[in-house]
Design a protein around this ligand. Structure first.
Ligand code: WQD
Length: 325
């Protein structure tokens, strides 16, 4: 199929774009490079530098496309609570404008990058797809709203979609073909890597008094290569006539902040200096997904998501960028 990957120069988007090219699809990457990197775009893909909020360029780019994979959104939950207007503009208005263009161009399938943040506080674990959805941050609200619009667009426009709820996306391509690093990261794993390679002198651990095995928060870290595989499977499912669906993409278990730090020290051979500080506002104690529905529906089973593989492939990306002296 001819597939437009909106946000395809980003961290997850570039891994998805490479997987689609490797699977033989014709890929058009549409990205404004606000956070993505031109060098992360697969050589065999067509690249269009532009913004999803541009109606004319969107239609020009989407002409002839069978499907879109949509990852063009702002993703910092904390930032969404400080600047909701930017999240309304980037995550709601721009997305709706792009979907409007996609519909005008006869696009039949949408794979949407959704998030665990649609759930809010967990009432039980692992989080399955039936768990109540009550986002605790505006970022999660924007993702849930788009999921709901897509359900209506199926009913009213016949557009079939897959909403893929990423848990904590992490890791890098094991073959080293994607090494683009996030600038000024806030997520745990790149922060730990920056401390291990000396880009940062130290880091903070937000809370060591949680009711967990070692007092630090638990999260479901899912390797981007496993996420990319889920996108391929979702597109195949839709192309074969599958109904619109939403699935959680996680490993089914949680790892702690200290698990990550200890894995990084073992793999890098470096000390990761951290200071235990108070809890971060909005942090849930533990979040992990049940990947059972994705396994049943798509045959998806994460293969790269051990914390060791996630940390090792990330460390390799820091080495590839010359940051490990
Ligand atoms: C993980 C754990 C922190 C940094 C976010 C978004 C979520 C999703 C994934 C897109 C937490 C702790 C972190 C640090 C720390 N994004 N931590 N020191 O918050 O689970 O999820 O990214 O879909 O929507 O909210 O990820 O990596 O920020 O934090 O102690 O310097 O690491 O408290 O427990 P999070 P994270």
């Amino acid at each position: 199929m001819r597939i437009c990957v909106a946000g395809g120069a980003g961290y997850i988007g570039s891994h998805v774009s490479h997987a689609l090219v490797n699977a033989g699809h014709e890929v058009v990457v549409f990205d404004n490079l606000s956070t993505g990197l031109r060098t992360s775009v697969p050589e065999k893909a067509t690249f269009v530098h532009g913004d999803v909020s541009d109606p004319l360029l969107s239609r020009k780019t989407l002409k002839g496309c069978d499907a879109i994979v949509y990852l063009a959104a702002s993703k910092d939950a904390g930032a969404s609570m400080l600047d909701p207007i930017r999240y309304t503009r980037n995550n709601l208005q721009a997305t709706m404008s792009f979907f409007d263009a996609a519909n005008d161009c006869g696009v039949k399938y949408v794979v949407f990058s959704s998030s665990a943040a649609v759930f809010g506080e967990s009432q039980y674990l692992p989080l399955d797809e039936d768990h109540p959805k009550d986002p605790t941050n505006y970022y999660g609200y924007t993702k849930l709203e788009i999921e709901r619009v897509l359900a209506w667009y199926d009913k009213l426009l016949g557009i079939k979609s897959a909403s893929l709820r990423y848990f904590n996306a992490a890791g890098y391509d094991p073959d080293g073909k994607v090494t683009g690093l996030e600038r000024n990261p806030a997520n745990l794993i790149p922060v730990v890597m920056e401390v291990a390679c000396g880009v940062r002198k130290g880091m903070q651990v937000f809370g060591t008094d949680w009711n967990t095995k070692d007092g630090t928060c638990l999260r479901d870290y899912i390797h981007v290569t496993d996420l990319a595989d889920a996108h391929l499977r979702a597109l195949d499912h839709l192309e074969k006539g599958g109904a619109t669906f939403a699935v959680n993409l996680g490993t089914g278990s949680g790892q702690s902040v200290l698990d990550v730090i200890h894995a990084a020290e073992k793999i890098s051979g470096r000390k990761v200096n951290y200071q235990a500080v108070g809890r971060r506002a909005g942090d849930p104690e533990a979040l992990w997904a049940s990947g059972e529905k994705a396994k049943q529906l798509l045959g998806w089973v994460p293969k790269h998501s051990s914390i060791e593989s996630i940390v090792e492939t990330t460390w390799n990306a820091y080495k590839a960028n010359g940051l490990v002296k």
